[in-house]
Design a protein around this ligand. Structure first.
Ligand code: BDR
Ligand code: CA
Length: 304
């Protein structure tokens, strides 16, 4: 079997985060070394609690460290209208049996990255606050990071303001620092994640997958990232798909600038023709094999 890829996932569960974590935690090609949490879909206290609930549900012993409670500069705005007040509305999880680490997410990431024999891939599927702080406080970690594969951004219309996708919108200043960090970035944005929706056909199939399927279907009924009728947006799941099945995506290397102020704050402006920059800082997903993605999701969830 090929060597596992060592990853740290920074997350804000979040119903699509929950599906992404389910697949990542159970994937034979991924070694999830650490989970870190951040304020995003709901408060960091809730995203941490939800992460612990998922780990207990999947009976996994992976360290969890709680991160930033608010963005670097902006006021915190959540997304409870999409994911529910708890962040994972619809399923009554038992009280988690896992505990969090005693250090902040940034410290836990520093330690995990510096102690790792193989380079780590960072997988932020939430606002980039923790990652920006990590690079500002401990730039030495960059030497042992293979790349960042993040869910966030868009090259077209935003899902939060006219131009911005939610994860970048929540903390655009952090996003700017990360995109300027010099670490290779793969941006899995809504250009692909809003297209690769799960239709009724997939969700009905998921419903039949025992305890795991029942849990997800219960949450899907409450999720407002699309609907069971029109299709569910599994944004964060696409980032995990990119890690293990990159052939499902077409990409373009470019330079992505982040707007931090004004009505376009949080926009990820891709210089696709490289008219304004000499160097590239990101590889952007531009197309996705939708049927291939749907089959991959069903296949991965069936294995759990
Ligand atoms: C992103 O925002 C969050 O609501 C989702 O979990 C996903 O990470 C989609 O815009
Ligand atoms: Ca998320």
């Amino acid at each position: 079997m090929s060597k596992k890829r060592a990853v740290i996932i920074d997350t804000d569960p979040g119903i699509d985060d929950a599906v992404a974590l389910a697949i990542a935690l159970n994937h034979e090609e991924l070694d999830v070394k650490l989970l870190t949490t951040v304020a995003g879909n709901v408060s960091v206290a809730k995203t941490t609690d939800n992460t612990l609930k998922l780990l207990s549900f999947f009976e996994k012993e992976i360290p969890v460290a709680e991160g930033s409670a608010h963005p670097l500069i902006n006021e915190f705005e959540d997304s409870a209208d999409i994911h529910g007040e708890s962040g994972m509305d619809g399923y009554d999880f038992p009280k988690p049996t896992r505990q969090i680490e005693t250090v902040h997410a940034v410290e836990a990431m520093r330690r995990t990255i510096l102690e790792s024999k193989e380079p780590i891939t960072l997988v932020p599927i939430a606002a980039l606050t923790n990652i920006a702080l990590l690079f500002a406080m401990y730039p030495e970690v960059k030497a042992n990071i293979e790349e960042i594969v993040l869910m966030g951004g868009t090259m077209s219309r935003g899902n939060t303001n006219t131009s911005a996708e939610f994860n970048i919108y929540v903390d655009p200043h952090a996003a700017k620092m990360v995109f300027q960090s010099g670490v290779p970035i793969v941006m899995v944005g809504t250009d692909v994640t809003s297209v690769a929706v799960l239709t009724n056909q997939e969700t009905e199939k998921i419903k039949t997958l025992g305890k795991v399927g029942e849990m997800f279907y219960a949450m899907f009924k409450h999720y407002r990232g699309g609907s069971l009728k029109t299709g569910l947006k599994m944004h964060d799941v696409c980032a995990i798909a990119y890690l293990v099945a990159p052939q499902l995506f077409e990409t373009q290397a470019t330079y992505v600038e982040i707007a931090t102020e004004g009505p376009a704050a949080g926009a990820t402006v891709a210089d696709l023709k490289m008219k304004y920059h000499d160097e590239k800082n990101a590889t952007v997903c531009v197309e996705v094999d939708v049927d291939g993605f749907r089959n991959w999701v069903i296949n991965e969830l069936s294995k759990i």
